[in-house]
Design a protein around this ligand. Structure first.
Ligand code: F6P
Length: 422
């Protein structure tokens, strides 16, 4: 019987819970044992240091609202590692040794444990940016923990950094198994049984920064938050005839800024992949905004991606744009940094549909995985859920950064969106 573990890694994004739910449920349908790894790769490195028998017995049964009584794992994760409601047979805590999850990061889950997760924001199983997993020793421990739990398939839901981690882990796996065998940490039989780790990636990130897929899980919700925020800002901007510089997230990717700019009818947008090429860019921006004002516009919206820079790769900051608009155009200007408001909250419909369809596809990809097939990343292309090589997607995404560093803007844009080149 196959044992599958799913983890979420990197920055949380709306839809990650829906992804975990889909993977767990589709895995169970296929007859697998399903596990979640708490706290991303960090949990994989920490493993289950506390044995089930070491758990202390429940002192009392905690009273929790009816709505969460059926969902022991959520209850435990939300209400801390202390008392856990005994919600009857089959809940995650019961199967993982009872009363608390302290010292246990790889948790067996069942159908009921992920009930109601579709519409929850963030990631209920926790996430982290793990420094330990970036080291070879950390990955060796992670491999050992997986083998100790008998897990032979792993689904990682995260952004480009997390999937790069998955790709490294996949590539190193045979050598990790060999090292564990040589050190006597695992038996010959285990080394043979776990020679192949089935691994699949789901792209969860608000940044939409992964190549070879049109959309990442969480990006549509973040975009929606930004649009709503700009709608709100527009009230003041129009009333006072002000300019607003809105900084949005996205790390090295300009997708959120670009499409939010289109959705909001922004006057000027700064993205890392294609900086303004006017010399100086301040003239280009002021000419465009000056024209809009001359045509009678009462408000000005400038959107700046947090990773924006000029053509010489010097960062362009919101405060500096404000100074330019104030001094050169005489505009009463404010800066709004949206921050984590744009990352959180309940997923929009698309961030429930996408992870659900992709979660099911991830299970299919794992079922068909052999040592000869590549590890897959599940993407979406022209409205079709697709599988692409994880390794290729990671490589292409790295190439965007290289193109930006080389100031090859056409290349950076066409790697992000192949149709841009046409
Ligand atoms: O990758 C998602 C993201 O929200 C980026 O857009 C942003 O740069 C970063 O994470 C913020 O990270 P943190 O939550 O660790 O500050």
């Amino acid at each position: 019987r196959m044992r599958l573990a799913v983890l979420t890694s990197g920055g949380d994004s709306a839809g990650m819970n829906a992804a975990v739910r889909a993977v767990v449920k589709a895995g169970i349908v296929k007859g697998w044992e399903t596990y979640v790894v708490r706290e991303g790769y960090e949990g994989l490195v920490r493993g289950n240091s506390v044995k089930i028998s070491q758990h202390s017995p429940t002192k009392s049964v905690t009273t929790v609202p009816k709505s969460v009584q059926h969902n022991a794992l959520v209850h435990n994760l939300r209400f801390g590692d202390g008392e856990l409601l005994r919600s009857g047979e089959g809940d995650a805590a019961e199967r993982s040794g009872g009363k608390n999850l302290k010292g246990r990061y790889i948790i067996r889950v069942g159908w009921d444990d992920v009930r109601g997760w579709m519409g929850e924001g963030g990631t209920l199983i926790g996430t982290a940016r793990s420094a330990a997993f970036r080291t070879p020793e950390g990955r060796l421990t992670a491999a050992h923990n997986l083998i100790k739990e008998g897990i032979d398939a792993l689904c990682v839901c995260g952004g480009d950094g997390s999937l790069t981690g998955a790709d490294v882990f996949r590539a190193e796996w045979p050598s990790l198994v060999d090292q564990l065998r040589t050190k006597g940490e695992i038996t010959e039989a285990q080394a043979t049984a776990y020679a192949h780790l089935k691994i699949v990636g789901l792209v969860g990130s608000i940044d939409n920064d992964m190549c070879m897929t049109d959309m990442t899980i969480g990006a549509p919700t973040a975009l929606q938050r930004i649009c709503e925020a700009i709608d709100n800002i527009n009230s003041t901007a129009s009333s006072h005839s002000r300019a607003f510089v809105v900084e949005v997230m996205g790390r090295h990717c300009g997708w959120l800024a670009l499409v939010a700019g289109v959705s909001a009818g922004a006057d000027f947008i700064f993205i890392p992949e294609r900086p303004p090429l006017g010399d100086p860019w301040e003239d280009e921006m002021c000419d465009a905004i000056g024209l809009h004002r001359k045509e009678g516009k009462r408000k000005t919206i400038v959107i700046v991606a947090e990773g924006a820079h000029d053509a010489a790769l010097k960062p362009i900051k919101a405060e500096y744009i404000k100074t330019v608009l104030t001094e050169r155009l005489g505009l009463d200007t404010r800066v709004t940094q949206l921050g984590h408001v744009q990352r959180g909250g309940r997923p929009c419909a698309w961030d429930r549909i996408l992870p659900t369809l992709q979660g099911v596809e991830a299970i299919k990809a794992l079922m068909e995985s052999t040592p000869e097939t590549p590890s897959y990343m599940i993407g979406i292309n022209q409205n079709k859920v697709i599988r692409v090589s994880l390794q290729e997607a990671v490589k292409m995404t790295k190439a965007v950064t290289t193109a930006i560093e080389a100031r090859d803007w056409d290349k950076a844009m066409s790697l992000r969106d192949p149709e841009f080149a046409e």
